[in-house]
Write a protein of this length. Structure first.
Length: 253
């Protein structure tokens, strides 16, 4: 009986220590809540692009030799590269570069799922970055006449995109503050500081490229046949519209 009482007392002591430990770990946060107002504002601007980027591909193949396909591709790509380089203005930041070189065998499969070598194919892409947008159509025509097989991409951008974004974000931020001031003043309060502020900027490009009949099919027959359709590939540049959005929260009192 005495042993039971001792154990019970020890248990009670341990229980008491546990309760005291939990009580000692409790903290009370009495931070005063601050009112705030949240505003979303935006600003946008439509601009004419001043930079064109064109991706022109040269694809060659040979049924028996990868080397022949590669040599033919190099010959055509060098001509395209040299011609395009002569049409740009490096002083304006224009450049021509090669990218995405690929060489691989192409296989076909028979009805019994047997793999057969069809040909060796080599692909090389020449990228033109230029501010001479008015020459984009001529560049495409020239490349096609020299043996280029495809224009995989044509995009228009702004050389001062970051600067335009910064200006629009500043306008949207001021607009957010003005709107917040109006709301808070009408409620009989005033703004005391910034709680949070974040913004984003993105472009929405609208452009159109119109190629002449089958100009970008496998290969143009010759420069003369291409010129029969007109002076150059007609290109409508369109516009780039930049959108800036700001989400702001201001403390009020």
């Amino acid at each position: 009986m005495k042993k039971f009482l001792v154990l019970a007392a020890a248990a009670a002591l341990v229980s008491g220590l546990a309760v005291n430990s939990v009580s000692a770990g409790i903290t009370v946060n009495q931070t005063e809540e601050r009112g705030y107002v949240t505003i979303s504002a935006s600003s946008n601007k439509e601009l004419t692009p001043d930079v064109a980027e064109i991706s022109i591909s040269v694809v060659t193949s040979d049924n028996k030799s990868m080397q022949k396909a590669t040599m033919e591709n190099k010959e055509i790509s060098d001509k395209v590269y040299s011609a395009l380089k002569s049409m740009i203005t490096p002083e304006n930041g224009d450049y021509v570069k090669t990218a995405n070189f690929r060489a691989n065998p192409v296989y076909t499969y028979s009805s019994n799922n047997k793999r057969n070598l069809d040909k060796y194919e080599v692909s090389n892409t020449v990228i033109v970055h230029t501010k001479s947008i008015d020459k984009a159509g001529d560049m495409i025509d020239k490349a096609i006449s020299l043996g280029a097989t495809d224009v995989s991409n044509l995009s228009f951008t702004l050389s001062k995109y970051e600067q335009e974004c910064d200006e629009l974000l500043a306008v949207a931020t001021k607009r957010a503050r003005t709107q917040a001031d109006s709301i808070v003043k009408a409620a009989g309060s005033s703004i005391t500081g910034v709680k949070s502020l974040n913004g984003s900027c993105s472009p929405n490009a609208s452009s159109r490229v119109t190629y002449r009949n089958m100009l970008l099919s496998a290969k143009a027959e010759s420069a003369d046949s291409a010129s029969a359709y007109g002076s150059s590939t007609p290109i409508e540049v369109g516009a780039v519209k930049i959108y800036a959005n700001v989400n702001a929260s201001f403390f009020v009192k």
